[in-house]
Design a protein around this ligand. Structure first.
Ligand code: ADP
Ligand code: MG
Length: 453
């Protein structure tokens, strides 16, 4: 099998060599060898720890730039010293070009989270239609609602329902082949397949087999497909192929198809040909029922007033509500109690519920962002253009504009006297990326959650 990693590696070296002296290049970069590709990172080995350290200290950014421009699928690298290499190879087979087809196949699965079942899903006004549709599809795939497109805000139960369908089918019709994939993995898989397709046809064939040779295909968080034209094209054909063979397609999204930016018309119309069903925010009664259910599944005891207290305070994101439940339980268990009371809930959540704009400061946001991305404050507010730092900086600016009421010029001041147009640019850019790039949207959500704590 001829996937030309070695050739790509040569290109990487040529690229890096242009940014350093010939002596440094020969001394440090040239001796590197590839030993593996793991979790979208290239694993390299250096002939000594001195050379490893030199590279990490002086050429890390240049090398990473060259690697990521040459290998689309690869976003990071690691260098091992001889000792580390030896250790690594004790537990891992050294890389062979043939292994690549396996890498391509590893990302989807049908081992569903056993907690995400229909029985554990609380049905109320906000989700009864979507529940009924999912249940119908699980009981009789590809008969009524095909495709089934479900959408709703973060933490309202979409992934839970997809897993519930998966669990149900797995338990009731063992011969059915189900593939569940997050849109992000679908994208990675595809980019990877394309990248190596020019040298190896079987990779794209593997990719197609994997997604077309199934009875049920589920894609979670499809909104990340927006703007990715080639992928939409591929997905369109996958879709048609499955549909013609009368196979079930289930899709989730945080918004309806018409609001997914740059989604091709023909895909929209495919989605519209099935059932599109939304999940609303749960009402108080449903929220209480959900908390009771979670508590009973985890065998927690918590009294009714405490549950009511939590449910009244969070009305959008159920995941967040569960987080509060755990905090309360944890708190009361520290006190050695076997049942959480209203007072425990009030005390445990005291610091989390009082957040308002005043308690935030730019310093606090900057600190949290620095910790999250592991960069220094000087770098964050300084001028370095390294990609990771620049992204952290833009995210920080975005969070400040979103979470605080500060004039743009004042924010510019905080960031070393930057112009307000720079602030606007950063804000808009991140706003856009949260819609198209899941790594950014995950980071922004994480950070917001931390800042609310
Ligand atoms: P989404 O995919 O829409 O962001 P998830 O499916 O990940 O949301 O749900 C977030 C959490 O909330 C999960 O732990 C899930 O079990 C729980 N959850 C959401 N809706 C319900 C429900 N109706 N009944 C029970 N648990 C729910
Ligand atoms: Mg989800």
């Amino acid at each position: 099998m001829e996937i030309n990693i070695s050739k790509k590696w040569k290109n990487v070296l040529t690229k890096v060599s242009s940014s350093m002296s010939a002596v440094s290049f020969d001394l440090w970069l040239k001796p590197l060898e590839i030993i593996d590709i793991k979790d979208s990172a290239l694993i390299l080995a250096a002939p000594s720890s001195v050379s490893k350290n030199q590279i990490m200290k002086n050429f890390k950014d240049a090398l990473l730039d060259a690697i990521s421009s040459e290998f689309d699928y690869i976003a990071d690298f690691e260098i091992f010293s001889p000792d580390e290499k030896e250790e690594y190879l004790k537990y891992n087979k050294p890389f062979e070009e043939e292994d690549l087809s396996k890498v391509n196949n590893k990302q989807s699965y049908d081992n569903f989270n056993v907690k995400y079942t229909f029985d554990n899903f609380v049905v109320g006004k906000s989700n009864q239609f979507v529940y009924t549709a999912c249940r119908a599809v699980a009981e009789n795939p590809a008969t009524r609602f095909n495709p089934l497109f479900i959408y709703g805000g973060v933490g309202l139960g979409k992934t839970h329902l997809l897993h519930a369908i998966g669990n149900y089918i797995k338990n009731n019709s063992k011969d059915k082949k189900i593939v569940y994939v997050t849109c992000e993995n679908f994208i990675n898989d595809y980019v990877y397949a394309l990248k190596f397709n020019s040298t190896n046809d079987t990779i794209i064939t593997n990719f197609r087999d994997k997604y077309r040779n199934v009875d049920v295909l589920m894609i979670d968080d499809i909104q990340f497909i927006s703007e990715k034209k080639a992928l939409q094209e591929e997905f369109f054909h996958t879709f048609n192929d499955l549909y013609q063979k009368n196979k079930q397609i289930i899709i989730s999204s945080d918004r309806p198809p018409r609001e997914i930016s740059a989604l091709e018309e023909r895909l929209k119309s495919r989605f519209n040909s099935g059932l599109i069903q939304d999940i609303q925010k749960p009402d108080l009664e449903t929220r209480i029922a959900i908390l009771e259910k979670k508590a009973s599944i985890e065998k927690y005891t918590i009294n009714k007033e405490a549950i009511q207290f939590i449910a009244e305070r969070i009305d959008t994101n159920i995941r967040e509500m569960e987080g509060f439940l755990s905090k309360v339980i944890f708190y009361s268990s520290l006190l050695g109690k076997n049942s959480a009371t209203l007072e425990d809930a009030q005390e445990a959540l005291k610091n989390y519920l009082e957040t308002n704009k005043e308690s935030l400061s730019t310093d606090r946001i900057i600190k949290v962002v620095c910790d999250y991305f592991n960069v220094t404050k000087d770098d964050l507010i300084g001028k370095r253009k390294n990609k990771e730092i620049a992204t952290a900086r833009q995210i920080c600016i975005y969070l400040i504009t979103e979470m605080m009421d500060l004039p743009l010029t004042a924010i510019g001041e905080v960031f070393g006297g930057r112009d307000h147009t720079t602030i606007i640019h950063s804000r808009d850019k991140i706003e856009e990326l949260t819609k198209t790039k899941s790594s950014i949207s995950v980071a922004v959500n994480d950070l917001k959650a931390m800042l609310k704590d």
